[in-house]
Design a protein around this ligand. Structure first.
Ligand code: NAD
Length: 266
């Protein structure tokens, strides 16, 4: 059976990558492609954006959930909250890739999405989700004896920092060591005139050019260093992971599913 998918963020880099992945996959169909209200793309043939002349729909400014099996949303937190509410009301599962939610927005999202299946991930790539598992193991084995630093690099347009993925990596490491990331994370050392605090996890960020997404977690102990690095070379890695998540949750009971569930890592 063909899975009918609505994709939001039609003018965005990820929305377009996801829509291309949906039209390229034989068992899925792009049935609603939604741009921000007032966007110049509203009314444009989706075929010209996704590069598939068989795609018959035009870009709309309304998320119409009448004949949709699952929604994939990569937009902005405010917009994702609106889309999540619409999905909850219509009983449609949703995949959320948007990052940068405040704690309050994240709590709102969780309370909105209790009645449908959802999968939210800061990073939908297979490699990153496997890296979380590797980081947890590294933290258990050498975390107590190491200085741990997380560096991430993204393109110059990204507005949230550190990336959601860097924070998720921090959580994987801190959780494995029985700490709360909030207690051990250090985001800015510019005001501290002191040596590195033992047990802290430092974050550093690069914003430049068209870097798709790079993350390195360094475990540095006396005499050796372990670095676990992931590099995304194209948004297709995130788009195909999000599509895989959509296929996974489409027929699942209400609940919050993770990429570990989708990839069989949980
Ligand atoms: P982008 O700025 O290119 O696109 C965001 C788009 O959302 C914009 O085109 C904007 O017009 C659109 N938008 C805003 N409000 C909207 C609305 N009400 N309806 C429809 N569209 C609306 O950004 P991007 O690079 O595509 O990234 C989008 C989000 O996805 C960011 O939060 C980014 O950090 C995140 N992201 C997540 C992953 C992942 O794997 N989870 C990977 C890459 C990016």
């Amino acid at each position: 059976m063909t899975l009918r998918i609505a994709v939001t963020g039609a003018s965005g880099r990820m929305g377009q990558a996801v829509a291309r992945a949906v039209t390229a996959e034989p068992n899925t169909e792009l049935v609603n492609f939604v741009a921000r209200p007032g966007s110049h793309l509203v009314g444009t043939a989706a075929a010209s954006i996704v590069g598939d002349e068989n795609c018959p729909i035009t870009v709309s400014e309304v998320l119409d959930l009448d004949a949709v099996d699952v929604v994939i949303d990569f937009t902005l937190p405010e917009s994702s909250l609106v889309n999540a509410r619409a999905c909850a009301e219509a009983g449609v599962p949703i995949v959320i890739g948007t990052t940068g939610f405040s704690e309050a927005e994240q709590a709102d999202l969780a309370s909105i999405l209790t009645s449908v299946a959802c999968c939210q991930a800061a990073n939908f790539s297979t490699g990153v989700n496997l890296a979380y598992r590797l980081l947890s193991l590294a933290a258990q084995v050498m975390g107590a004896d190491s200085d741990i630093e997380i560096h991430e690099a993204h393109h110059k347009h990204k507005i949230d920092a550190p990336s959601g993925t860097a924070l998720a990596m921090g959580h994987a490491v801190a959780d494995a060591m029985g700490h709360s990331l909030q207690d051990v994370a250090r985001y800015d050392r510019s005001a501290a005139r002191e040596a590195r605090e033992p047990g802290s996890i430092g974050f550093s960020v690069t914003r430049a050019g068209d870097i798709v997404g790079e993350h390195t977690v360094l475990f540095s102990s006396e005499g050796e260093r372990l670095e676990i690095t992931h590099k995304a070379s194209s948004r297709n890695a995130f788009a195909s992971g999000a599509l895989r998540a959509a296929q996974f949750i489409a027929d699942k009971p209400a609940g919050a599913y993770t990429m570990a569930d989708v990839l069989g890592l949980s």
